[in-house]
Design a protein around this ligand. Structure first.
Ligand code: ZN
Length: 324
């Protein structure tokens, strides 16, 4: 409802249309066509959904606020006794995903029932308790925002702290007892009666564009190795080691690593510096002695050590692997 004033609308007298601002109605329409039974629950749907919101011009801000963006938008339809398990599952995958991007500190804020709300208090008691227990179960530090929940249910919001000490709200999970019913979504329960499922609205990264902005600020452009566009720079000391450098490049590429050789006209120290300034996490230096010994010099920032080539390959493979 609150998105209505921010929708891009088309109205030519015959056709009334709008660009979609959220994915919930689309997911509910899919669920309605599925004629659900209790055996189908929990039903988890998600998409990287392109959404549009007509934000005020003055509020546009780099990648942080756009009028068109992609959201990792998901919904779970489940029975009320499945809520706690689904929230716990979500909290666990959220902590894993944030950790992979180098965000170690995740806080949760719990928003309870607002003054104006749908439904009776018994339902709210149950919903709030389920969300709270799940957050605790996931080991999350949880602050309280009394009365800040949505009119249709309580919510958990997840806040990341970046290296500059700024806080960003990214993930959210919200409990909703009403939207499925309004869209005519029901499931056949064990006794044959039709019931409306509970709906969980969830996003981990939120707007992908905004998350990329936050990640670049947090990492100051030094992405974790698994995300770095170039993971390893191979640096032959002189032209005599060019062939060996190319051979090492091939070995690393076969391991699935993103590697380049930088022979260059510049001195070795200039090339080492450049690799570091370009935020390439690792450099391998290959000189005459290394070629004779079957070793390389592995550089990581200012640290460096001599290591056997096969050990370097194994270490780089592990440290550049996707963590998820
Ligand atoms: Zn939703």
């Amino acid at each position: 409802v609150s998105f209505a004033e921010h929708m891009f609308r088309v109205d030519d007298g015959e056709l009334q249309a709008a660009m979609k601002p959220v994915s919930c109605p689309g997911h509910l329409q899919l669920a309605r066509r599925m004629a659900l039974s209790h055996r189908d629950l929990p039903l988890r749907m998600s998409e990287l959904g392109l959404v549009h919101r007509n934000e005020a011009k003055g509020s546009m801000h780099g990648l942080f606020r756009l009028r068109q963006f992609t959201q990792d938008d998901g919904h779970v339809l489940c029975s009320s006794d499945q809520v706690e398990g689904e929230v716990a599952r979500f909290c666990a995958s959220l902590s894993r995903l944030y950790g992979a991007f180098g965000f170690d500190r995740v806080r949760a804020a719990f928003s309870s029932r607002p003054e104006k709300r749908l439904g009776d208090d018994r339902l709210w008691d149950k919903a709030e308790q389920a969300l709270m227990e799940a957050a605790k179960g996931a080991g999350l530090e949880c602050s309280l925002s009394p009365g800040e929940g949505a009119f249709y249910g309580p919510k958990l919001e997840f806040i990341l702290d970046d290296r500059a000490g700024r806080s960003w709200q990214c993930g959210t999970i919200q409990l909703d007892f009403f939207l499925p019913e309004r869209f005519g979504v029901t499931y056949a329960d064990r006794d044959g009666s039709r019931r409306a499922p509970v709906m969980l609205h969830r996003a981990i990264l939120g707007s992908l564009e905004r998350f990329i902005g936050i990640l670049l600020e947090h990492s100051r452009g030094r992405l974790p190795p698994w995300l770095a566009p170039e993971q390893v720079s191979v640096l032959p000391v002189g032209p005599e080691q060019s062939a060996d450098a190319e051979r090492i490049l091939e070995v690393l590429r076969q391991e699935g690593l993103r590697v380049d050789v930088h022979p260059g006209d510049q001195t070795l120290s200039a090339r080492v510096r450049q690799a570091h300034q370009s935020s390439v996490p690792f450099a391998l230096v290959v000189g005459e002695r290394e070629v004779q010994e079957g070793s390389v010099v592995l550089r990581e920032g200012k640290r460096q050590r001599s290591i056997r080539l096969e050990h370097a390959v194994e270490e780089l493979r592990q440290r550049c692997a996707e963590p998820l």
